[in-house]
Design a protein around this ligand. Structure first.
Ligand code: UDX
Length: 445
């Protein structure tokens, strides 16, 4: 652990959600003195006792140890959090409105709070994903609500954390993007990240704001692209895994984010793609490439349902085991998880569902409580018992390492639809299953 020294800064983090908590805990671990503030008193009370309300590997321990070391504290009092702060991070939510544009009311509220509360020079940093030119709006809010708006300077420092590996992404990033308006702001942020080894890219604020949306949208586009190739492989008998390997070996393309399957979910990609489409529209730029990216992703659920119906003919009164409910492994997050649309559609067909997820089952049960049609299980094997078909939705370790012999014996009819292409088709077929992947060509005649 790092001991306090004069190079360490006093940091306030507004928003104790996913991004805010990871930012607060990691900066405290790097020796800075961090106060995280959130208006939800119940959340703050739990956090102050070291109990966190989200699942992220290692985060609970990091928060507890930094609370104990006195480098991290939580409060619902903005004035207390701002006292003496060198840097204020805005990490509040930016959910999507009905028209696809981001709802920035929480960002505006933080800007207003700073304007009426903070009486010393401070660097205000956007970390939430915000549309380009949000910094200008924050500045206008300072001008409107503060008698000394020049005290505050604004910067953009987007986060690129992935759920499930957020701590290591924070500590070992590919790059740190710093969008600033002055040398002073640049030096402050360089000082903040001095202990983290990474390429630092310094830009103006608008450029940094765009880098975040552009990066996430590009990755989402890569996924939709490979999913279309998967559909083509399905129709032609080619093998998507090898196509992706063949493409990825070209360094200009790169091997990551070429896993075909059920498409992207989570709290970022779907939201950011829609926001970027909206931003482009508002600036008169035709970004229909991204509208197609989103449309292709939405259609993935129809692709997998077609495979399920192709295997079962009729889903009514069949038992279908869904393995994995979280939008990806190592998280309990079910926002935009394909499992939810799948459950909804299969219940519409009057199928009986056996659901399993090591972390996310409670969240799904809040939406779909236990009933004669919906049952939750503690292990994948219990979920497979009596099932006519298994759909692999999330590639948790305990799912990709299933004992196939044992699984086959437990199932009523051994049929697997592999929504993430994590199993080797030949191995699964040799184990006695009918196997359907996403772009691996269907069961041979
Ligand atoms: C993403 C970005 O990676 C991160 O930089 C940003 O800060 C937040 O959004 P996250 O949503 O946590 O992170 O998950 P990520 O691992 O990027 O996966 C996003 C979605 O894409 C998941 O649903 C995943 O299953 C899907 N995916 C990913 C694919 O379908 N295929 C791939 O090849 C990769």
């Amino acid at each position: 652990m790092n001991s306090h020294n004069e190079n360490k800064l006093r940091v306030s983090v507004f928003g104790a959600g996913y991004v805010g908590l990871v930012t607060a805990a990691c900066l405290a671990e790097r020796g800075h003195h961090v106060t995280a503030v959130d208006k939800h008193q119940d959340v703050i009370a739990m956090l102050s006792d070291g109990v966190i309300h989200i699942y992220e590997p290692g985060l609970q321990e990091l928060i507890s140890s930094n609370l104990d070391a006195g480098r991290l504290r939580f409060t619902d009092d903005a004035a207390e959090a701002l006292t003496g702060a060198d840097i204020v991070f805005i990490c509040v939510g930016t959910p999507t409105k009905r028209d696809g544009s981001p709802d920035l009311s929480q960002v505006e509220e933080v800007a207003r709070t700073i304007a009426v509360t903070c009486t010393h020079r401070v660097l205000v940093v956007e970390k939430s994903t915000v549309p380009v030119k949000t910094a200008s709006w924050i500045k206008r809010t300072f001008n409107l609500f503060s008698s000394e708006p020049d005290l505050y300077e604004i910067a953009s420092n987007p986060e690129f954390l992935r759920e499930g590996s957020a701590l290591s992404d924070f500590m070992h990033p590919d790059r740190i993007v710093i969008g600033v308006e002055s040398e002073w702001a640049e030096q402050k942020l360089r000082q903040l990240y001095a202990d983290i080894e990474a390429t630092v890219l310094v830009t103006d604020v608008k450029t940094a704001e765009i880098i975040k949306h552009a990066s996430n949208s590009f990755l989402a586009m890569k996924i939709s692209f490979i999913n279309m190739i998967a559909d083509l492989c399905d129709k032609t008998g080619a093998d998507i895994s090898l196509v992706a390997t063949g493409m990825g070996l070209d360094k200009r393309i790169g091997e990551s984010f070429l896993n075909a399957g059920l498409g992207y979910g989570g709290s970022c990609f779907p939201k950011d793609v829609n926001a970027f489409i909206n931003i482009a529209e508002r600036h008169g730029v035709d970004f229909s490439l991204l509208s197609e990216t989103a449309r292709i992703n939405d259609h993935r659920i129809d692709v997998i349902l077609e495979k399920i119906y192709n295997a079962l003919w009729v889903a009514k009164d069949k038992t279908i085991a869904i393995l994995g409910l979280a939008f990806k492994p190592d998280t309990d997050d079910i926002r935009h998880a394909p499992s939810i649309s799948l459950i909804e559609r299969l219940l519409g067909e009057e199928a009986r569902l056996h659901l399993y997820d090591p972390k996310a089952a409670t969240r799904v049960a809040a939406l779909y409580p236990e009933s004669p049609s919906v049952k939750y299980f503690e292990t994948p094997y219990q979920a497979l018992t009596g099932a006519h078909l298994v759909v692999v939705v999330t590639e948790w370790q305990e799912i990709v390492t299933l004992d196939l012999d044992r699984s086959r014996k437990l199932m009523a009819t051994p049929v697997m639809v592999d929504g993430r292409n994590v199993f080797d088709p030949t191995t699964v077929r040799l184990a006695g299953f009918q196997y359907y992947g996403m772009g691996t060509s269907d069961e041979p005649e």
